[in-house]
Design a protein around this ligand. Structure first.
Ligand code: P6P
Length: 335
């Protein structure tokens, strides 16, 4: 299938989605419609972000989300926009959002899909004009159509994803996604209101010379991570950490590199969320030839037990992730 996917750069997202749907004989178009719904919301959120400096939409909202994080006004706007687009699209029965404690039932009882989403990750960077992103993950429901989706529908392993992607609102706005057949990137042309294929068949180099980690936590990291960071320094790798997961991930995906958010004593499972951050980026990175691990296990194999559970994340170039995993293996005590 990959061969005939070589659509020319400049193909619109719509045409690309239609073409990929043709390659799946039993596709009914519902997933295609879902992807269009996400792209629509992305255009609306992009406009809100670009005007944040000029409208009073920036800054803190004065409330905290279920994570205990100060909600930014744009977090709320993005959350509302993606939920509304998915509800109106009709394909999604239930949504898990970083901004909401429990399941969001759309009322689309015939909807066959579940979406887990971080509507605006890294939003504390908005007021300082640093790139931010939306991360999403799509599952087929396990429960029968005709009612709300269930918690079991939402706690599926990452291997069960049917699609995953992110939008990066940066120097240009891009949508990068996979439906399990490679990774493709689309750049938004605001004057036309269209996403155009700009990065067909993205593959991540097997190794790179960029490492992304908050070295402020160095003394609290597991020994294997400290050893790996020391190796990166000795090898004169570039330390690049924007503090915005989507921006750090996107750069490493294109150039090669590793992003690490380790566990510490204070945060034994790290900070990042399995359902709508680690699983989505894990699916994408594997489809691009990379690797995503919690330090020991493949991220996509982890069985979620609760909606907002956290996990440590080591993600990026395959050989770099494997090197950290090796250093994190329990040391055989020399007898
Ligand atoms: P720290 C942003 O809050 C975020 O979830 C990711 O986007 C980012 O990579 C990470 O947290 C930054 O966390 O602890 O390094 O500030």
């Amino acid at each position: 299938i990959k061969e005939n996917l070589a659509l020319p750069v400049g193909t619109t997202l719509d045409r690309f989605i239609m073409r990929k749907q043709e390659d799946f004989p039993y596709a009914t178009g519902e997933l295609s419609q879902l992807l269009r719904d996400i792209a629509l919301a992305a255009k609306i959120v992009n406009r809100a972000i670009n005007h944040a400096g000029l409208t009073d939409i920036g800054g803190a909202y004065g409330k905290q989300n279920v994570q205990g994080e100060d909600q930014q006004r744009l977090d709320i706007v993005a959350n509302i926009r993606f939920i509304r687009a998915l509800r109106n699209g009709g394909e999604v029965c239930t949504i898990v959002s970083e901004e909401e404690d429990g399941l969001i039932q759309t009322g689309n009882h015939k909807g066959r899909y579940i979406v887990a989403i971080d509507p605006l990750d890294g939003s504390s960077n908005i007021d300082v004009n640093v790139s931010i992103g939306t991360i999403f993950s799509v599952y087929r429901r396990l429960s029968d159509q005709g009612a709300d989706g269930t918690i079991e529908d939402c706690l599926q392993k990452g291997t069960e994803q049917v699609a995953a992607g992110y939008i990066i609102y940066g120097s240009s706005t891009m949508l990068v996604y996979t439906t399990g057949n490679g990774v493709n990137g689309f750049t938004y042309e605001t004057s036309l209101g269209e996403f155009f294929l700009s990065h067909p068949n993205i593959t991540i180099p097997a190794k790179g010379e960029i490492y992304s980690v908050n070295e402020g936590g160095f003394h609290h990291f597991p020994a294997g991570v400290k050893d790996y960071i020391e190796l990166c320094r000795v090898r004169n790798y570039s330390a690049r950490y924007i503090g915005s997961l989507v921006a750090d991930f996107h750069r490493n995906l294109l150039k090669g590199g590793i992003y690490m958010y380790p566990n510490t004593q204070k945060s034994p499972l790290g900070k990042l969320r399995l359902l709508y951050e680690c699983n989505a980026l894990g699916f994408i990175v594997e489809q691009a030839g990379g690797k995503a691990s919690d330090g020991k296990n493949r991220i996509l194999d982890l069985q979620p037990n609760e909606l907002h559970q956290r996990c440590p994340l080591y993600i990026g170039s395959k050989e770099m992730v494997e090197e950290v995993e090796a250093l994190l293996m329990p040391r055989k005590v020399k007898d």
